[in-house]
Write a protein that binds this ligand. Structure first.
Ligand SMILES: [Mg+2]
Length: 261
């Protein structure tokens, strides 16, 4: 499904003092709502007995995840192929059965340690109470991401879950954002997307005609792109929505809590 995208940019709307109206909020999940990297890093350290190989693991994982999105590999085959390639780079040439045992152990360890960021549930509570529709927009596989949301007890917050694995296209492709808007029944220009990746989340969403916000949890003073709003915690999202956007659901609803910090 395609949309007629607005010709005016969010910046242009701001300049003539008419803040955009927001009806729906899309959230990335991994490292935005769930501390994926924290649990994945600790599971990898457990597996190989050292903690300095995370960048290499991410690189091999990104290469293999692209093959899942393109349909070349299913998710479970990808996991084992990825782990076999990673271990081979470390000099450990293992047969398929040995790799399968290690990878299943790593995955079980990771699943045990998934946690929500402490600011996630209060933010979701506020968004829901304020009347926004909420979508999860994730590059992970749909069944695994739904299981993750269920395990954390937050499935009920999401009106839709849009995943690259199901759709066949991943962020930064505009199609994944447009699919979320279509499923929610909102126009991209009425939708805000927030995530931890400047490129894949904030800038990609803006390119798709949504309002992109970068969640920079690292809290660095220098942000490489200041043309999108940047917040360092989800606790600041309510205030951003109230001050920089028009939120009709808030002004018409009674009993809506004030933003929590
Ligand atoms: Mg993320």
């Amino acid at each position: 499904m395609s949309f007629m995208l607005p010709t005016a940019t969010p910046g242009a709307l701001t300049r003539d003092h008419r803040p955009p109206t927001i009806h729906a909020v899309c959230l990335d999940i991994d490292d935005t709502v769930i501390d994926f990297t924290g649990s994945a890093r600790s599971a990898l350290t457990e597996l190989i007995g050292r903690d300095d190989m995370w960048p290499a693991w991410q690189r091999v994982t990104d290469e293999h995840s692209a093959m899942v999105v393109s349909g070349e590999l299913d998710y479970d085959t990808m996991r084992r192929t990825r782990t076999k390639a990673f271990l081979a780079d470390l000099g450990a040439l293992l047969d398929d059965d040995a790799v399968a045992v290690l990878e299943d152990r790593r995955l079980a360890q990771m699943r045990q340690s998934w946690t929500l960021f402490p600011d996630a549930r209060p933010c979701l509570d506020w968004l829901r109470a304020a009347g926004f529709m909420i979508a999860a927009v994730t590059n992970a596989s749909a069944p695994h991401q739904r299981a993750r949301l269920a395990a954390q007890g937050i499935s009920r917050y999401f009106d839709v879950v849009v995943s690259a694995g199901e759709l066949g296209v991943a962020k930064p492709d505009p199609a994944i954002f447009h699919a979320a808007c279509a499923q929610l029944g909102v126009h991209p220009s009425e939708t805000l997307h927030i995530g931890d990746r400047l490129d894949l989340d904030a800038l990609a969403a803006r390119s798709a005609g949504l309002h992109g916000v970068w969640l920079d949890r690292t809290g660095g003073d220098e942000h490489p792109d200041t043309t999108v709003p940047v917040i360092e915690t989800l606790a600041d999202l309510p205030e951003l929505l109230v001050t920089d956007y028009r939120t009709p659901t808030l002004t018409s609803a009674s009993g809506v809590p004030t933003p929590r910090r």
